[in-house]
Design a protein around this ligand. Structure first.
Ligand code: ZN
Length: 485
């Protein structure tokens, strides 16, 4: 098969294409198990295989994909025809940043393949979790397991050949209950990176899940008995369970370069950032250093090589508060440099990914991380806070179309007075303007507060592409934030 694909790439190149690539998926499998109040509501399995090819001709892309591998010549010719037709009406000719030719393999770290674990073991794990969540105050119990396993063979006309095997495990526990006014509250926990280990079935560690299940039940009951979060202006201390979303929505999405160039406007929105901002915009306080780091071991945002065939990189996005980088692929860096009239980007950041063989790669978050800081542990940060609230767990979110403002509700809050936690509050919310908020960052927790969380459902693109990624974030404190509105 690989030889036939290479022959087709050479044939289309011979017809005048400047670039041709193919992503062949021998297989992609998903399995999802969802338990609700002791009942197995979903047990889904899917398997697909096929090939997608991109052809660049006179500055225009053509794409074609099929699960039928019986007519490769027809498939590649269709992509070439699409590119030829698109080339007659291209407005900004596509150029690709240079990259090295390479032959490589990548496998995400996995000891026990989750697809080889018997279904009965998975169901019995969920049953056990469900029983542990079945406590006073809990009206709805959710536990789930989601697995992905895929093999991707990438070949292009620039002598690159990459084989990737990706295995992903996602799982969460969630409890809901009603307070005295009949309002529903929730508390949840998702499995993330545990140390520098692996993320196969072995990451479904019963002891860890049991500890977390009793914690979320206890915290739900505290919320059910709590007073409302006051309307106020205070410091907010974000735990990683909400800090990941803050980072995702107000650093990750606005720094996708295609969005900055206006390509997502009609669908998911644009960005507050312009090309003029790179190198000068003060995005946050000096305590903020953020990066798109796809070299972090053991995360869904680390995948070896992107779908342009570029090796994964650790890209600095914000350096001590100043905007210096973006989430980039080969095409958009060239377009951005040309439109800006200066070389903002030295090359692709290796962030182009497609959700399936039948979608084109676009710029996606990898691991969008905030570096740990020098302000100690969570306790240290609380001790140094006069009037604040500690927040955790996303409950709802709304974000401006260019990511310039946001409003988040969280599952739980702990009021801080004179350096001490005084009580739990329910219905906490906070809001802000993205730049003003990040500029009010006044404390960043050390390594002990830094956690790698996984995201399995980020949507982007048209048609929509669901993507997996990670966020490694510390505890962070922001000052003078509006809460409770
Ligand atoms: Zn997203």
């Amino acid at each position: 098969m690989l030889q036939e694909i290479k022959q087709q790439i050479a044939r289309i190149k011979g017809l005048g294409a400047t670039y041709v690539d193919a992503r062949w998926y021998p297989f992609e499998e998903t399995q999802g198990l969802f338990m609700w109040n002791g009942n197995l509501k979903d047990n889904t399995y899917s398997r697909e295989s096929g090939i997608g090819t991109r052809v660049l001709y006179h500055g225009a892309w053509g794409f074609s994909a099929s699960s039928d591998l019986g007519d490769l010549a027809g498939l590649f010719s269709r992509a070439f025809d699409n590119a030829r037709i698109a080339a007659t009406r291209v407005t900004f000719p596509v150029r690709l940043a240079d990259k090295e030719a390479l032959q490589a393999k990548f496998a995400s770290p996995c000891k026990i393949d989750p697809f080889e674990v018997p279904l009965a073991d998975k169901v019995s794990f969920l049953k056990k979790m469900d029983e542990q969540l079945d406590q006073k105050g809990v009206e709805q119990r959710i536990s789930n397991l989601d697995f992905i396993r895929k093999q991707i063979v990438f070949v292009d006309s620039e002598e690159t050949e990459i084989e990737k095997r990706i295995t992903e495990v996602f799982s969460r526990l969630e409890v809901h209950g009603k307070d005295a006014q009949g309002v529903t509250h929730e508390r949840k926990w998702r499995v993330g990176q545990q140390g520098a280990g692996t993320r196969g079935w072995e990451s479904i560690d019963e002891e860890l899940f049991s500890q977390q299940s009793s914690r979320i039940v206890q915290e739900l009951n505290q919320v059910l008995a709590a007073d409302d979060c006051p309307k106020d202006e205070r410091s907010v201390i974000l735990l990683p369970g909400i800090m990941w979303l803050q980072t995702h929505e107000t650093i990750g999405h606005p720094l996708e370069l295609d969005r900055i160039l206006g390509y997502e406007l009609s669908f998911a929105g644009g960005s507050l950032v312009t090309l003029n901002d790179f190198g000068t915009l003060r995005y946050g306080s000096e305590k903020l250093t953020a990066r798109a780091d796809a070299t972090l071991p053991n995360s869904p945002g680390s995948f070896g090589y992107d779908d342009d065939g570029t090796p994964c990189r650790n890209n600095l996005l914000i350096d001590k508060g100043i905007l210096v980088g973006a989430i980039t692929g080969r095409q958009m860096v060239e377009e951005a440099n040309t439109k800006a009239g200066r070389k903002i980007f030295a090359g692709s950041g290796g962030c182009n990914r497609a959700t399936a063989f039948y979608r084109v790669p676009i710029e996606r978050m990898t691991n969008i991380n905030v570096d740990p800081g020098q302000d100690g542990t969570l306790d240290d940060i609380v001790k140094g806070t006069e009037r604040g609230v500690v927040l955790d767990g996303e409950r709802s979110w709304s974000i401006g179309s260019n990511r310039e403002q946001f409003h988040f509700a969280t599952e739980i809050g702990w009021l801080v007075q004179d350096g001490e936690i005084v009580k739990v509050v329910k219905n906490p919310t906070y809001k802000g303007d993205t730049l003003r908020f990040w500029n009010s960052l006044s404390a960043v927790g050390d390594e002990s507060t830094w956690q790698v969380g996984f995201v399995d459902n980020c949507g982007k693109g048209q048609p929509n592409q669901i993507m997996q990624m990670g966020h490694a974030v510390p505890v962070c404190r922001f000052d003078r934030v509006t809460i409770g509105e």
